[in-house]
Design a protein around this ligand. Structure first.
Ligand SMILES: *[C@@H]1O[C@H](CO)[C@@H](O)[C@H](O)[C@H]1NC(C)=O
Ligand SMILES: *[C@@H]1O[C@H](CO)[C@@H](O)[C@H](O)[C@H]1NC(C)=O
Ligand SMILES: *[C@@H]1O[C@H](CO)[C@@H](O)[C@H](O)[C@H]1NC(C)=O
Ligand SMILES: *[C@@H]1O[C@H](CO)[C@@H](O)[C@H](O)[C@H]1NC(C)=O
Ligand SMILES: *[C@@H]1O[C@H](CO)[C@@H](O)[C@H](O)[C@H]1NC(C)=O
Ligand SMILES: *[C@@H]1O[C@H](CO)[C@@H](O)[C@H](O)[C@H]1NC(C)=O
Length: 393
């Protein structure tokens, strides 16, 4: 007979025994204690079974463990508190708990003075340990692994967007241990740098929520001189206990530039680069990095991380070609514009002088024709502008 909840209640009513049922939530891969107590009166017998199929879990009598009939899956994972049995403690310690351990357990005890029964309902939870977020083409992907029961995933953006704009597709799969992995993706809305994408993974019972957010931006850094790479924490970020980490991605590897700890207010630099953050600014949520020397072209990552929350900013730094080239560009533009203006001025002056001279001799209705003659000239100068623009592009 299987010990379903109804069966337990019927059994207790029928036998008039003192039945108790307790609940315990074990953490996956950790030890767990299934409580059971009784009134000790000598010659103790303790028999634990897993009510699924009455599988024997742990048996004790004649002052010793007797595990010959123990179900294989519990082998080497169970023990009683043998020193405490005389004091009426029949609790079972289950080591390295796993998803197959979930279910109802039966504790039977008997002494010289009769027997008692109780039940323990075991749940196993594998908490969320981390949440990752990344850009994948035109999508943002958020993922988390090794969770039980399956969690929920939700998205928002900053600044906010209507939720129907942000359609997510979430896939949940179980690994051989029975733990769940989730991967959820949303399509990028417009320009990538317009929004911060915020992903939250919430445990099934709502007791745990992990939030990870990602912002991707691009900046141009002028060669020579210092650069500031902006990184601002989300308004919702708790600024009491966090770490700020700056890194540079080189050949797919993240090289830490510096870390800042909000509790010690200390910055620890790594490597030789001349990089700084302003501690007062960081404590108010502005983690912008100041680079004394030229920034390197590539990706700088900024991470605000605290308990169950992380905010990431990925900045692609482009190097603007050196100033020399820029001023050269200006000069060549001036080189085209100046002669055009000079020619125009000369022509207009010439025409005005010509017109004046003619005004004195001929009838005034000729001036409209002169104005028409000027038209193609102006169009010429216009087209030289557009060509110049095209060259710049
Ligand atoms: C039995 O003893 C163990 C170890 O001290 C303790 O954790 C547990 O709570 C005890 N159980 C009962 C029912 O007294
Ligand atoms: C055995 O149980 C009876 C009543 O059920 C009780 O009076 C007695 O004290 C118990 N003996 C021991 C040794 O616990
Ligand atoms: C991004 O924004 C700029 C101006 O704000 C616009 O010119 C450009 O087309 C946008 N790009 C995309 C992919 O929407
Ligand atoms: C970096 O990773 C991408 C794909 O993840 C790969 O195509 C590329 O070859 C890697 N580059 C280096 C330098 O390892
Ligand atoms: C953030 O701090 C940097 C210096 O560390 C400063 O240049 C920048 O203006 C600040 N940004 C904001 C939005 O306060
Ligand atoms: C700060 O947060 C970490 C986890 O991120 C935690 O371990 C630590 O106890 C916290 N410290 C304080 C003083 O709250």
């Amino acid at each position: 007979m299987a010990w379903t909840p109804t069966a337990v209640i019927l059994f207790c009513v029928w036998t008039f025994t003192e039945c108790t049922e307790t609940q315990v939530v074990c953490t996956f891969s950790e030890d767990c204690v299934l409580q059971c107590s009784f009134k000790a009166a000598g010659e103790e017998v303790i028999h634990w079974t897993f009510t699924h199929k009455e599988d024997p879990v742990h048996t004790y009598y004649l002052d010793a463990d007797h595990l010959e009939h123990q179900d294989q899956r519990f082998k080497g994972r169970t023990s009683l508190f043998n020193d405490l049995i005389r004091a009426g403690n029949a609790s079972l310690r289950l080591r390295n708990s796993n998803i197959q351990d979930i279910g109802r357990y039966h504790c039977y005890t008997s002494t010289n003075n009769g027997s008692q029964e109780s039940w323990v309902n075991v749940e196993v939870h594998a908490p969320i340990q981390s949440v990752g977020i990344e850009m994948m083409g035109d999508e943002v992907s958020c993922s988390s692994q090794g969770i039980y029961p399956a969690p929920r995933v939700s998205w928002i953006t900053d600044p906010p967007t209507q939720s129907d704009m942000l359609k997510d597709s979430t896939q949940t799969s179980a690994d051989p241990r029975g733990l769940y992995s989730v991967q959820s993706r949303v399509r990028i809305l417009g320009n990538i740098s317009d929004h911060t994408y915020v992903c939250s993974v919430t445990s099934a019972d709502g007791t745990q929520e992990w939030t990870t957010s990602l912002r991707q931006q691009e900046i141009n850094s002028v060669n020579e001189g210092s650069t500031i790479i902006p990184c601002i924490a989300l308004r919702t970020f708790n600024l009491h206990n966090f770490t700020l980490t700056w890194a540079f991605i080189r050949e797919n590897k993240s090289e830490v530039i510096l870390t800042f700890d909000s509790l010690t207010k200390q910055t620890v630099g790594h490597g030789t680069s001349q990089a700084k953050v302003d501690p007062d600014q960081v404590l108010s949520g502005n983690g912008s990095l100041w680079l004394q020397n030229t920034a390197q072209a590539g990706t700088y990552t900024c991470s605000f991380s605290a308990f169950q929350i992380q905010h990431l900013v990925h900045t692609h730094v482009k190097l603007t070609p050196a100033r020399k080239k820029e001023s050269g560009g200006n000069r060549s533009r001036l080189g085209v514009i100046l002669p055009v203006i000079a020619v125009l001025v000369l022509l207009i002056t010439g025409m005005i002088m010509y017109a004046r001279r003619r005004d004195k001799r001929s009838p005034p209705n000729r001036t409209t024709e002169d104005a028409a003659e000027m038209e193609p000239m102006r169009r010429d100068s216009d087209s030289s502008h557009t060509e110049d623009n095209r060259q710049q592009d």
